[in-house]
Design a protein around this ligand. Structure first.
Ligand SMILES: Cc1cc2nc3c(=O)[nH]c(=O)nc-3n(C[C@H](O)[C@H](O)[C@H](O)COP(=O)(O)O)c2cc1C
Length: 404
């Protein structure tokens, strides 16, 4: 039997001796080209100076094929890279001698107050990163008072997650191509107490995740040994708790290719949950989303893992904010890693910001303590940046603080 550690070592040796496999940001980082030496890795969550330090530990702890699932973008990973690089184009116009003795990071969304605008984005299959999967993330988010959006593809049921959270999580929907299934899943999330549903519209089956596919191809274990039935959408759905007990015989895709804007009023008819749309990156689509009745928008390119637009989320945000003109909250995700990143999005007018990979790294590195510490670090960075810039509350973080 090939253990993960044994498989990982063999795999890295093989990859290192195979120049044909090199190339692409993901593979380079899988090889540890730009990563700290083993002795420089943090060994406990409280040693982390910033959230980026969790990544190398996650890479060490996970089998490469699971780490690659986190790391991958699409094609040459350039949209993934764009999400980070773009922050460098915006600078802070900081002010002095402002009373920042008390800094208030709270935000109000859909009538609920959150102590922080930093939220956990929906990420499926978290059992690949920790045996207790979303339960650990949920406990950490709840303990640190952050919102958590649970994926349709979670490894844990929405009921299980909500049981360990002080406030019920938000639910992210992949509608599938069978409306009976959609209806049942939506009802289940509503019955579990979720106040908000997020429809993801930016991720078709078959994204060109070259980095992931190269690693899978070269893996010394067969992915299908664990992923029984393989990676067709029907097989994937049949393994997800959210679809348990449903007839999936007609389900072939997570996002039907013929789905158009009328899905929004149809979903609103099904549920009293607030409806957000995730994956909007243009002013035109923001306007259409509003016309079709959404309660909020998440600007996102799926962390650079869906289309190869090469356009960063933070660059799309101002267009969407302008089109929405304050009518509904606009959230954003994609590449947010430092306090100043959050500050910049808030200055552009975002109501909240979601993170994906940082909490997966922390989860794989140190479990619940890792995720809690990672969240504490991000909150602390945002507070320090607010003080340093001269903004005592999120409301005070306006466009005046940004220079491009
Ligand atoms: C491993 C992984 C799985 C994801 N699964 C989902 C998902 O099931 N549903 C969804 O709407 N977005 C999913 N996303 C996208 C995230 O919600 C989010 O948009 C993205 O991670 C934000 O970028 P960041 O990772 O750079 O913070 C996933 C992202 C990753 C990294």
């Amino acid at each position: 039997m090939v253990t993960h550690e044994h498989g990982r070592r063999r795999f890295l040796q093989m990859l290192a001796s195979s120049p044909a496999l090199a190339g692409g940001i993901g593979l380079g980082s899988l090889l540890g080209a730009s990563s700290p030496a083993e002795e420089e890795l943090i060994t406990a969550a409280d040693q982390a100076v910033n959230v980026l330090e969790f990544e190398a530990v996650a890479r060490k702890n996970l089998p490469p094929w699971h780490y690659a699932y986190i790391a991958t973008g699409v094609t040459d990973d350039s949209t993934l890279k764009a999400n980070r690089d773009a922050f460098g184009r915006y600078q802070l116009h900081t002010r002095r001698l402002v009373d920042v003795s008390k800094v208030d990071t709270s935000v109000k969304l859909f009538g609920e107050v959150w102590e922080t605008p930093i939220m956990l984005a929906p990420v499926g299959s978290q059992r690949a990163f920790h045996p207790e999967a979303e339960l650990v993330t949920a406990r950490a988010a709840s303990a640190q008072k952050h919102n958590f959006i649970v994926s349709t593809h979670s490894s844990t049921s929405i009921e299980g997650v909500n049981k360990v959270m002080e406030r019920p999580a938000w639910f992210q929907l992949y509608p599938t191509d069978d409306w009976n299934v959609t209806r049942a899943v939506v009802k289940r999330a509503e019955n579990a107490g979720c106040p908000v549903m997020v429809l993801t519209v930016d991720s078709q089956n078959g994204a060109l995740r070259d980095t992931l596919f190269k690693v899978r191809r070269s893996a010394p274990v067969k992915c299908t040994d664990c992923h029984i039935g393989g990676f067709t959408y029907n097989a994937v759905a049949s393994r997800r708790p959210m679809f348990a007990g449903l007839d999936l015989s007609k389900v072939t895709t997570q996002l039907p290719l013929n789905m158009t804007w009328d899905v929004l009023p149809r979903l609103k008819e099904l549920t009293s949950m607030k409806l957000l749309i995730k994956g909007i990156v243009t002013k035109e689509d923001a306007a259409l989303a509003l016309q079709h009745g959404v309660d909020g928008i998440i600007v996102s390119n799926h962390g650079g893992r869906s289309e190869d637009s090469k356009r960063a989320s933070i660059d799309c945000l101002p267009d969407v904010i302008a089109a929405v003109n304050g009518k509904v909250p606009v959230l954003v995700d994609g590449g947010f890693r430092r306090g100043t990143d959050f500050f910049k999005a808030l200055a552009m007018g975002a109501s909240a910001v979601c993170i994906g990979r940082p909490y997966l790294w922390a989860l794989a590195a140190f479990g619940q303590t890792g995720v809690e510490t990672m969240l504490t670090l991000l909150r602390k960075e945002l507070q320090i940046d607010m003080r340093q810039a001269g903004a005592a509350s999120v409301k005070q973080i306006t466009g005046e603080f940004l220079v491009r």
